[in-house]
Design a protein around this ligand. Structure first.
Ligand SMILES: C[S@@+](CC[C@H](N)C(=O)[O-])C[C@H]1O[C@@H](n2cnc3c(N)ncnc32)[C@H](O)[C@@H]1O
Ligand SMILES: Nc1nc2[nH]cc(C(=O)O)c2c(=O)[nH]1
Ligand code: SF4
Ligand SMILES: [Mg+2]
Length: 217
């Protein structure tokens, strides 16, 4: 059984795949925050910009098995098939690695999708994922120390990007912390701080949340 908050067709907004047409599957629940505003300040992740509670979002629900969820997500892909252009699904949340398993990865591959995940990196990943984006959070133990992109929200108190710069990732991004969700503390302007860090440390590139700029999901 999989619990899905919402699922929708949009453009990936962040990181190296920004701008790419994608089906997003947002799983319910996270291991670093309950999702309740009253718990935010004392949670392990305090700046989350996402509602991942329940199954009441667009195209949300419970799905008995991988085949059922794969069919549901495939129906959301809205483009005609074209040679050399893959369908693309992004599993996020909440924390997707609480629910994503090899059966679902395989079922999406069988429907012609490349499979991406957005994870906080604290849980092991099933085999077969084509694109792993890890976004580390302060005061957590990173279990996923390799992948395709490491995308650190910046600045986070007590987190130095240098601690991740030697890990086995292809791309290194800093993403300015969006303070709108009521994020708890940040020193100064995250955008300016992030730009400044990337200017001084060219290994790191700026990731903007382009879906927020574009006004899409
Ligand atoms: C909502 S999280 C879900 C996936 C997973 N739990 C994680 O944290 O990576 C999706 C992405 O949004 C980022 N994010 C969350 N809140 C943010 C904020 N206030 N500003 C910028 N990025 C944020 C996360 O770091 C992650 O890269
Ligand atoms: N368009 C769009 N791109 C995204 N990239 C990562 C997101 C996420 O919430 O995981 C996200 C999202 O919520 N929307
Ligand atoms: S950003 Fe990710 S890890 Fe943090 S509370 Fe939101 S879903 Fe959980
Ligand atoms: Mg988001």
């Amino acid at each position: 059984m999989y619990s899905v908050k919402e699922a929708f067709y949009t453009l990936q907004g962040e990181g190296a795949q920004a701008g790419r047409a994608s089906v997003f599957c947002r799983f319910t629940g996270c291991n670093l925050w309950s999702g309740r505003e009253g718990d935010r300040a004392r949670s392990r992740c305090t700046f989350c910009d996402t509602d991942f509670v329940g199954i009441d979002g667009q195209n949300g629900g419970q799905f008995l098995d991988a085949a059922a969820l794969a069919a549901h997500l495939t129906a959301l892909w809205q483009a005609p098939d074209q040679a050399n252009v893959s369908r693309y699904v992004v599993f996020t949340g909440g924390e997707p690695l609480l629910q994503l398993d090899e059966a679902l990865v395989d079922a999406m591959h069988a429907q012609g999708f490349e499979v991406a995940v957005e994870t906080n990196g604290t849980l092991p990943a099933p085999a077969g994922i084509d694109w792993i984006c890890v976004s580390p959070k302060s005061d957590t133990t990173l279990r996923l120390t390799r992948g395709h992109e490491l995308k650190l929200v910046y600045p986070q108190a007590g987190v130095d990007p240098a601690n991740f710069a030697g890990l086995d990732f292809t791309h290194f991004f800093l993403q300015p912390m969006d303070l709108n969700p009521g994020a708890i503390v940040s020193d100064g302007d995250p955008m300016a701080a992030t730009v400044g860090y990337c200017l001084r440390h060219p290994q790191w590139r700026l990731s903007l949340q382009t879906h927020k700029i574009a006004g899409i999901d």
